[in-house]
Design a protein around this ligand. Structure first.
Ligand code: SF4
Ligand code: SF4
Length: 188
C-alpha cells in the first residue's frame, strides 16, 4: 500500500466539508456513502480462527466486497441481541438516550481531525447505532420517524457500524469533554 504524503493528507482534510474548513456538507450524513478502500478498514479474522473460537458463520470475506455473505435472518440476530442487552444493562439504555447533541466531543477525535469525515465525530459515531435503536424501541418512533433521524437495520447501516466502530481506538479523549458522559457508545 502506498503511504500518502503529508501534503496529500493536508489537502484531503482541507478540501472535504468539515468543521475546520467551514464548508457545509451538501448531503445529509445518512445519504453519504461509506467507501471501503485499502488501509481504511479492519480486516476480518481468518475462517479457521473464527471456527476455533466457536463463533458462527466462519467464511472467507472482505469488507470491501459488496456481498458480506451474511447469514439468513442477520437483521433479526442483531436486533434480538440489542434488545436482550437493553433489557439486561440499564446503562446501555441510558447511554442511548442521554446525548444532548451539544457537539462538545465533535472535534476531540483524532480520527475526525485526520479524515474530516463527519461520521468519525464521536457524537455521530454513536448516532449510527442510536438511529437504529430509536427506530426499533423509542416511544415516539411511529410519529416522529425520519424526523427523529430513525432508520431501519440495513446492510448499509451494518457497513457503517463496521467501518466507524473499528476506526475508534477507544482512547476516551472524547469522554473528557462530554457533559453527559454518554461516551461508552463511542467505542465498539
Ligand atoms: S474514544 Fe474513539 S471516538 Fe472518542 S476520541 Fe477516541 S478514537 Fe475518537
Ligand atoms: S459531548 Fe456528549 S452530549 Fe455532547 S454531543 Fe458529544 S456525546 Fe453527545
Amino acid at each position: 500500500m502506498a503511504i500518502p504524503k503529508v501534503q496529500e493528507l493536508r489537502k484531503a482534510v482541507a478540501t472535504e466539508p468539515n468543521l475546520f474548513t467551514g464548508a457545509i456538507p451538501r448531503k445529509d450524513w445518512q445519504d453519504t456513502f461509506t467507501e471501503f478502500k485499502e488501509g481504511n478498514f479492519a480486516y476480518p479474522a481468518k475462517p479457521e480462527m473464527v471456527a476455533y473460537h466457536k463463533f458462527p458463520n466462519s467464511r472467507v470475506w472482505s469488507p470491501d466486497e459488496d456481498d458480506w455473505k451474511l447469514p439468513d435472518g442477520w437483521e433479526d440476530i442483531i436486533l434480538t441481541g440489542l434488545k436482550e442487552r437493553l433489557g439486561k444493562f440499564r446503562s446501555l439504555k441510558l447511554f442511548m438516550d442521554i446525548c444532548v447533541r451539544c457537539g462538545a466531543c465533535a472535534d476531540k477525535c483524532h480520527f475526525f481531525l485526520g479524515t474530516g469525515d463527519p461520521k468519525n465525530m464521536p457524537v455521530l459515531r454513536a448516532e449510527l447505532l442510536r438511529s437504529v435503536y430509536r427506530n426499533e424501541y423509542s416511544i415516539g418512533r411511529k410519529i416522529l420517524g425520519k424526523m427523529q433521524g430513525n432508520r431501519p437495520m440495513t446492510v448499509k447501516v451494518l457497513k457503517e457500524w463496521f467501518m466507524y466502530s473499528y476506526q475508534c481506538t477507544e482512547c476516551r479523549r472524547c469522554s473528557v469533554f462530554c457533559p453527559t458522559v454518554s461516551i461508552p457508545l463511542k467505542s465498539p
